[in-house]
Design a protein around this ligand. Structure first.
Ligand code: ZN
Length: 304
């Protein structure tokens, strides 16, 4: 599942669309789209009417701004309309520039994955812009959500409420990290880092990598962290997320950038998905443990 660095990478790519006008929208899976703040349109049963309303809301609109909150992509349009896109497990957004006649992409980050032309079998939404640019949305799982929301209804959007602070925001400090995670003192630190109501955007990959960088074991309880460990955890989180954004995210599974290229941060993973491989620092074998429905990877020598 895309985490903060992957969604941020997509948002940066989508900024290419700012100023462009939506000429047409093709939706082949009605369940992906809705009009209004709910993920499930009240008219979901009437698939085609829902698609018609969604297309009518967005057609002719111009893109003003692209932003992110937690893992939600927020696209501001003119006429007070907003488009909210959540990639969920496997959503991919790929831009074909006007001058590109045909776009060939590898939809899985594997050297054996075939190059495919778009739209493909799993392309369920295509937005065409008046300058000839196209935006393709692939979703092999069809879990993603696309909502057209009026500005006055933004306050009713669930995905915009109830999240913890953004770890890369200017006002995010070591003290804030500590006070947020200490709201659940009995959680394991790995679980706390990935709990979206405490902290926004961090999932399995970046929690594991952050804890390695901070030299803290994932199974320690939040309340057992020592005072001097908090600034280290904060620094590690900042460093890991910033580096991951610089490398365009991690292409674990089917994440790709809007230009169709994989993210490069997977090459820098120290522990995530490296069970029984030697630690890059001390050569001790990386361990994998399960906690709740998740797993955690760590180096038993480097992390305490
Ligand atoms: Zn080690």
């Amino acid at each position: 599942m895309p985490e903060l660095p992957e969604v941020e990478t997509v948002v940066k790519g989508l900024r290419f669309l700012v100023g462009k006008k939506i000429k047409n929208i093709l939706v082949t899976k009605p369940k992906l789209v809705s009009v209004g703040p709910e993920v499930l349109s009240p008219k979901r049963v009437h698939g085609h009417r829902q698609v018609r309303e969604f297309v009518a809301a967005l057609k002719g609109r111009r893109i003003l701004k692209v932003a992110r909150r937690a893992k939600l992509i927020i696209i501001e349009l003119d006429e007070d309309w907003w488009l909210l896109v959540h990639l969920k497990m496997a959503g991919q957004l790929i831009i074909q520039k006007a001058k590109q006649k045909r776009l060939l992409v590898r939809l899985l980050n594997s050297p054996t994955a075939p190059l495919q032309a778009l739209p493909g079998k799993h392309t369920h939404i295509v937005i065409e812009f008046s300058d000839g640019t196209k935006l393709f949305y692939n979703d092999i799982r069809i879990f993603g959500t696309w909502r057209a929301v009026k500005a006055k209804d933004l306050g009713k959007v669930d995905d915009l409420q109830g999240f913890g602070p953004e770890p890369l925001a200017k006002n995010f400090t070591p003290a804030l990290l500590r006070s947020r995670l200490l709201k659940r003192p009995n959680l394991k630190i790995k679980q706390a880092l990935t709990e979206q109501s405490l902290l926004a955007g961090v999932g399995n990959i970046y929690a594991d990598e952050t804890l390695f960088a901070a030299k803290i074991r994932p199974l320690r309880q939040v309340k057992k962290l020592q005072r001097q460990e908090w600034p280290k955890l904060y620094q590690a989180l900042q460093k890991v997320l910033k580096k991951a954004i610089l490398e365009h995210g991690s292409s674990v599974g089917d994440f790709i950038q809007t230009n169709g290229q994989p993210g490069n941060f997977g090459n820098f993973h120290k522990v995530y998905d490296r069970k029984n491989q030697p630690c890059r620092v001390c050569k001790t074998l990386i361990k994998r443990v399960t906690l709740g429905g998740r797993s955690a990877h760590f180096c038993p020598h480097c992390q305490r």
